[in-house]
Design a protein around this ligand. Sequence first.
Ligand SMILES: [Zn+2]
Length: 236
Amino acid sequence: MIGRHDRIAERVFMVGGSGLSDGADCLVYALDLGDLALIDCGAGSSWPQIRTNIRSAGQNPDELHTLVLTHAHVDHIGSAARIKTETNCRIVAHANDAPAIESGDPGFTVAGLYGVDLQGIKPDYLMKTEEETLQFRKGELKLIHTPGHTPGSIAVVYQSGEERIIFGQDIHGPFSPAFGSDLNAWKKSMQKLIDLKADILCEGHFGVFRPASEVKKFIQEQLAAHKSMMPKPIPL
Ligand SMILES: [Zn+2]
């Protein structure tokens, strides 16, 4: 079990999620790239705790440079509007999920299901291609379009020395027409992630998987488990 704001790898920290900030939050990851980057931000109410966790990890949340939203679900984007107001960071998302992020659509974002009155936010930078790279003072993040869970789902890849880390977030699904899921697209996306041969997988709800054999095993288990669009009682 990964503990509170534990260091996952050089420059990589877990700063939010169940047991760290709030049970409604996805797992939230912070990276010190010379500039501070955050991957997803939780469902909304726990931002003060996530800020505290970022400080405990030796980083300054007031200087947040970039917030990457891996997709439009509320447990990943709920604090984004508040974070924008507090830090004026750059918010990055895929163009396909941007309309829901901007409007806060309660169906697509599942804010209705979570009972959250979601404030929408317009991303500053929209990913529109299959692969893009964000540059920082001390490193870079590669964004990979991985549609399936939602049309605008993104995986983030960070090379930490010898170790390749994937922030896969909702690799496990679930899938629903309410937020534009596409099981066939998802299968192709998962194969893309397997082909990256990552050493570490940071998932959005199930924690951190390592070494490479465990990363591959987890993704393959998800592929085997999801043979239909039937909703499953697992986190969004
Ligand atoms: Zn989701």
